[in-house]
Every structure is written in structure tokens, then in C-alpha cells.
Design a protein around this ligand. Structure first.
Ligand code: LIP
Length: 278
């Protein structure tokens, strides 16, 4: 089925993400209200998460009524056009709650179903409204921060790599993730926990991080950021030849990826996750 050029889809993603970012930022200044908790008491959703997703969903449906929608805070809807929008209205919700200026609106459009193992990501926008930063990419047209073209850091030895990662809303998994980080920290330059997978991936794209890895991400956390990292020259995936997904996501310059992934695999051997298959 014919679809618009990725650059055209990117214009829509960017416009909607900027509008949504402005609303999220305004609600932040007005005070954040926790609406509910989800998988655990730590896993909160704010009234703004829901309001921003509703706004995004409405704007996308007006512009492209036959596309599917797959968002963090509402029920999915199927496509008849072959395209699906994968949306995280506020990635970094805990940062948002605490007023830490590292949260983002993340919007991607994929060809096919919203499954990282099979989707073809055509365009993505990640907007950090607190820092007025707009990260974008469309397939084959590179990655950008505003109008600055992005490239990942090259020729970084593992021992000097600044590594980003994240922790789950499930306590048992956090304990396991901390063991892995404990085993890794002596083998890299240092670790950063930014609190938003979308911004972690954009940080790899713009060279603020050399490598990022996390286990347990949802498709909406990484859909746009993974394309932005890839278009900046990163390899994005899991261990071996696996595609990125809930089990694991790694993003880094290909040469660093090849140094990093065996180290992570060895740590997984040392500390087998106690929450099911890797
Ligand atoms: C967050 C991710 C982050 C992860 C958090 C959480 P949310 O997404 O972006 O990488 O460490 O546990 O999943 O819940 O803010 O959309």
C-alpha cells in the first residue's frame, strides 16, 4: 500500500510532538497530579500522560484517519493504511513528576504491526520540552537535533565508554539490573541513569552517551529513539543477531557494540535474570 514519503510523515510527527510537548510543559508548571499506578506502586501515570496522549491521538487521527495507533496510555487501534503510530506521551514520567527536566514526547510511525521484531520504522520525533530540544529522523535521511545533523561517537574503547541504562518498576528486576551494573561499572568509563529510554537513545545519537542498554522496555519507549540512533550511525539490537525488544535493547557505534555485547552476555551468565527467559 502506498504511503507518504518518510520525510512527509516526519513533518506530521514533529508538529504533533511539539504541540504535545507544549501541553506537557504547561501542565508541569501548573503542578503534576498522579492519576493512578500501573504494574507497581512505583509505576505511576499522571493526568498529563493521559491528556497528552489524547491530544496526540486526536491530531494524528484528524491528519491520517486510516492509520493505527499504539500508545502507552490507551487502547490500540488497527490500521487499514499499513501504518501505525507508536506513541509515548511522556517518556520519563517519574522525572516529570519530580520536575527533573528529562522527559520527552516520543512519536514514531511504523510500517506493519507495532512489533519491534517485524516493524519498519519510517519516521520518529522525540521532543524534550523542558530543554526545547527536538530530535528527529526519517528513514534514510539522517538524524537531527534541530537543524544539526547527528553522528554517534566513534573509536571509543569499552574502558572509556560512558554507558547509559535504566531500571524497572519491578523491585526484583531492579535488584538484578543493579547486579549487572555492578559487574559492568569497572569495565566502562561510568554509568548514567537519565530516566527516559527515548532520551537515552537520542543521547547515543548526539554523542552524550557512547552506549545505552536496558531490559524490559515497551515498544513505545524506544520506537522513535531507536530510529534516531540508527540514522546517526548506531547499531541497535539485542544480544547476538536478535532485534531489540522487551528482553533487551543495546545501542552503540557498531565497533563499540561488538565489544560491549559479549561483556553483557557474560554478566547475564553470571547473574541469570530470575524473572524468566532472557
Ligand atoms: C521509562 C523508560 C525508562 C525506564 C523506566 C520507564 P516511562 O518509561 O523510559 O528507560 O528505565 O523504568 O520504563 O514509564 O517513563 O514511560
Amino acid at each position: 500500500m502506498m504511503h507518504p514519503a518518510p520525510t512527509e510523515l516526519l513533518d506530521l510527527a514533529r508538529t504533533v510532538a511539539l504541540t504535545a510537548g507544549a501541553l506537557a510543559h504547561r501542565r508541569r508548571t501548573e503542578g503534576v497530579e498522579i492519576a493512578a499506578s500501573k504494574s507497581s506502586p512505583e509505576d505511576i501515570v499522571t493526568a498529563a500522560d493521559r491528556e497528552v496522549e489524547l491530544l496526540i491521538r486526536g491530531l494524528l487521527a484528524d491528519a491520517r484517519p486510516n492509520d493505527g495507533f499504539y500508545g502507552e496510555e490507551s487502547d490500540a487501534s488497527a490500521h487499514t493504511s499499513g501504518l501505525t503510530w507508536v506513541v509515548d506521551p511522556i517518556d520519563g514520567t517519574v522525572n516529570y513528576l519530580y520536575g527533573i527536566p528529562f522527559y520527552a514526547v516520543s512519536i514514531a510511525v511504523v510500517q506493519g504491526d507495532p512489533d519491534p521484531a517485524s516493524w519498519n520504522t519510517l519516521a520518529g520525533a522525540v521532543v524534550n520540552p523542558a530543554l526545547r530540544e527536538v530530535f528527529t529522523a526519517s528513514k534514510g535521511s539522517g538524524a537531527w537535533l534541530g537543524d544539526q545533523r547527528l553522528h554517534v561517537n566513534h573509536d571509543v574503547p569499552l574502558s572509556l565508554a560512558l554507558a547509559g541504562t535504566g531500571f524497572s518498576y519491578e523491585a526484583a528486576r531492579r535488584v538484578w539490573q543493579a547486579k549487572v551494573v555492578g559487574g559492568l561499572i569497572g569495565q566502562v568509563r561510568d554509568i548514567r541513569r537519565i530516566g527516559s529510554a527515548a532520551l537515552d537513545l537520542c543521547s547515543v545519537a548526539c554523542g552524550r552517551l557512547d552506549v545505552y542498554f536496558e531490559r524490559g522496555l515497551n515498544p513505545w519507549d524506544h520506537a522513535a529513539g531507536a530510529l534516531i540512533a540508527r540514522e546517526a550511525g548506531a547499531r541497535v539490537g539485542a544480544l547476538h543477531a536478535d532485534a531489540e525488544g522487551r528482553d533487551l535493547l543495546i545501542a552503540a557505534d557498531p565497533a563499540l557494540y561488538d565489544q560491549f555485547s559479549p561483556v553483557l552476555a557474560a554478566l547475564f551468565e553470571c547473574f541469570p535474570p530470575d524473572d524468566g527467559p532472557r
